[in-house]
Ligand binder design. Structure first.
Ligand code: 5AD
Length: 339
């Protein structure tokens, strides 16, 4: 299937998704696991996720930390608190830190440059990933020069009309895509991604996502099921499924074999063995939570978001055991993309 996917048309992808069977999913997963094995062996990379702020100027219709959600208890971490989290992560063995947050104007270039400089001084053997939303090309350049190695910015959907139904009119599909291109040109390892089963998603919009990924060749790609949040417009919409998420993980692995592909927290949230199922479909990254205990429950992008057990950085032992049980080994080096 790997070769066929390289030349498949948009209609071809839509048809593949529409007519999928459990037999097809099984054979794609086997091929995806084999392809990943050739590049990454049995390694599962871990990233320490620090959720720096749930304050966000945006009002994405699906997201629990959207600006208009009055029920969200807002917090932000200071640079000192972030450095403390990284210290704890380093002791636990993490060698990649992901600083993720809403679009919070508190995190100016100046603040971030100072923070990145300190992080790089203290932990020169670590990779720093930023996931702080849309910023100017100049800002991305400044942060790269200060030591940021990677940037995660999900494209959310590669279909412009669909993008516009998920976001307020103050946000633009074109700007999001422009940000991704800027990040790639500036030399970041770049991650895009989307939710599976977001309201309005169809096999056709998913086909566009797959074409975009084949063409853009991201170093990382975050996909997880949409999960409704009670305080959003989409509160009553159904969740995405484990089945379709895993099917797409396998296809993405085959479309772009070196991609770093997380088995996401959302996948772990809708199924007790979500992470394992993701790995067995072709994923090779897990991102446990390193945020301070007192704010952990507040970064609530969707209902019932996991933040304990193997989902917490302190649960690394349990994560190791769970991965070992399916024949995989948790690796705590930087885990750069292998090109
Ligand atoms: N369900 C699943 N994922 C969500 N995200 C935001 N809200 C939800 C939700 N309700 C994802 C978005 C965003 C990432 C940080 O979390 O894709 O880019």
């Amino acid at each position: 299937m790997r070769e066929a996917l390289q030349t498949m048309t948009e209609e071809g992808f839509a048809h593949l998704i529409e007519t999928r069977t459990s037999e097809l999913a099984k054979s794609l997963a086997e091929e995806a696991v084999q392809v990943r094995q050739e590049i990454y062996g049995k390694a599962v990379y871990v990233r320490g996720l620090i959720e720096v702020s749930n304050i966000c100027k945006n009002d994405c219709l699906y997201c629990g930390i959207r600006a208009s959600n009055k029920n969200c208890q807002r917090y932000r971490l200071t640079p000192e608190e972030i450095l403390e989290c990284a210290g704890e992560g380093y002791r636990l063995g993490f060698r990649t830190f992901v600083l993720q947050g809403g679009e919070d104007a508190y995190y100016t270039d100046e603040l971030l440059v100072s923070l990145l400089t300190k992080l790089k001084e203290k932990y020169p053997d670590c990779a720093i990933t930023l996931s702080l939303g849309e910023r100017s090309r100049e800002s991305y350049k400044t942060l790269k020069e200060a030591g940021a190695d990677r940037y995660l910015l999900r494209h959310e959907t590669a279909d412009k009309p669909h993008y516009e139904t998920l976001h307020p009119s103050s946000m633009s599909f074109d700007n999001r895509m422009e940000c991704l291109r800027n990040l790639q040109e500036l030399g970041y390892q770049v991650g895009c991604g989307f939710m599976v089963g977001s309201p309005g998603q169809t096999p056709q919009t998913l086909a566009k996502d797959l074409l975009f990924i084949r063409d853009f060749k991201p170093d990382m790609c975050g996909i997880g099921p949409f999960v409704p949040h009670a305080d959003t417009v989409f509160a009553r919409e159904p969740s995405g499924t484990v089945e379709l998420t895993c099917f797409l993980l396998s296809i993405i692995r085959l479309l772009h074999p070196p991609v770093l592909l997380p088995a996401t927290t959302a996948l772990g949230t809708i199924h007790p063995e979500g992470r394992e199922l993701g790995i067995l479909s072709g994923a090779n990254v897990v991102m446990p939570n390193l945020s301070p205990e007192n704010v952990r429950g507040k970064y609530e992008l969707y209902d019932n978001k996991l933040n304990t057990g193997a989902e917490a950085a302190q649960g690394l032992k349990s994560l190791r055991e769970r991965m070992a049980a399916i024949g995989y080994e948790v690796v705590t080096d930087r885990g750069d993309v292998k090109k």
